[in-house]
Write a protein that binds this ligand. Structure first.
Ligand code: SIN
Length: 290
């Protein structure tokens, strides 16, 4: 069991007994955090997933808290924005009058948010609104440890390589599973033109290396044959999502979870379709991976 880190009376951080993640105890993210922000900033560098329990905040407060870490990014599927706050993406399986109110299958494959953009996301926040009775967990895999534990031959094979990330890679497949997924307009397709990133990225603040590929968005490794690319990517996907690297978040009402897309990939575990699930997501812009 990891030791609790106390910053001041009433504010502490409890690292999970897991390959990543910590609970932040005693902070109201809706309040100004000036004196505590530096500690929180360090915690996201150290633990990669931060869980804040009992956060009864408005979408506007979530936007304000998210902006403390950087400018926010708007998802290409504008139809799932919250009407009052464009920076909030609705993640939900709920339908109203037959129409989906949110992106119901977000996170169906392991991914790092917006890795298909030239400037992907630093991190994302999800705030629980409605939770299913069964399932609905979110899984996070530590990509620093994935890199550090990669077998030597694979490390040598990928250290200097680059890969393509594409939003469209699995879009048709997802549309088959989820026919409510809209056809994209040409403007939307143009907005998500594929991006090229290093397979192993350097965290700009800590200098730590991390694997930066995912089964959802990474389509190919550049400058190798299609067969070799497929073989190496499959080996990386299998390695980087092993149980030994994963923290499974079991949601509770009021939870706000902040994860660092530079350091982790994540997956939505799924829940019975007849049980309502809704969370609000904000996505913070990062930097071009190097
Ligand atoms: C996401 O990938 O942003 C959503 C994860 C989830 O719904 O658990």
């Amino acid at each position: 069991m990891s030791a609790i880190i106390k910053f001041r009376p009433g504010f502490s951080i409890l690292p999970f007994d897991a390959p990543l993640g910590a609970e932040v105890i005693g902070l109201d993210v809706g309040a100004p955090l000036d004196d505590d922000f530096a500690a929180l900033h360090q915690a996201h560098l150290d633990h990669h997933v931060l869980v804040f329990r009992d956060q009864h905040i408005s979408p506007r407060q979530q936007v304000r808290f998210s902006r403390r870490f950087g400018p926010l990014q708007i998802h290409v599927l504008r139809q799932f924005q919250l009407a009052s706050d464009a920076e909030v993406l609705i993640i939900s399986n709920i339908r109203e009058q037959g129409r989906p109110i949110g992106l119901g299958d977000a996170g169906h494959y392991w991914h790092s948010d917006l890795s298909y953009k030239a400037v992907p996301s630093l991190g994302s926040m999800l705030h629980a609104q409605q939770l299913p009775r069964d399932g609905g967990d979110t899984l996070f895999a530590n990509q620093h440890t994935a890199w550090e534990r990669l077998p030597d031959d694979l490390r040598a094979a990928v250290r200097e390589t680059r890969a393509e990330h594409s939003y469209l890679a699995k879009y048709a497949e997802l549309q088959k599973r989820s026919p409510w997924r809209p056809n994209l307009t040409q403007a939307q397709i143009d907005e998500v033109a594929p991006a090229i990133h290093p397979v192993v990225r350097t965290h700009p603040e800590t200098g730590r290396l991390a694997l930066f590929v995912s089964e959802h968005f990474t389509t190919r490794i550049l400058d190798v044959s299609a067969q070799r690319s497929e073989q190496v990517l499959q080996a990386l996907f299998d390695h980087s999502t092993r149980d030994a690297l994963v923290y499974r978040h079991r949601w509770q009402p009021g939870d706000l979870v902040f994860w660092v897309n530079r350091s982790v990939t994540h997956l939505a575990g799924g829940c019975p379709p007849d049980q309502r699930r809704m969370l609000y997501r904000t996505t913070i812009e990062g930097d071009a991976p190097f």
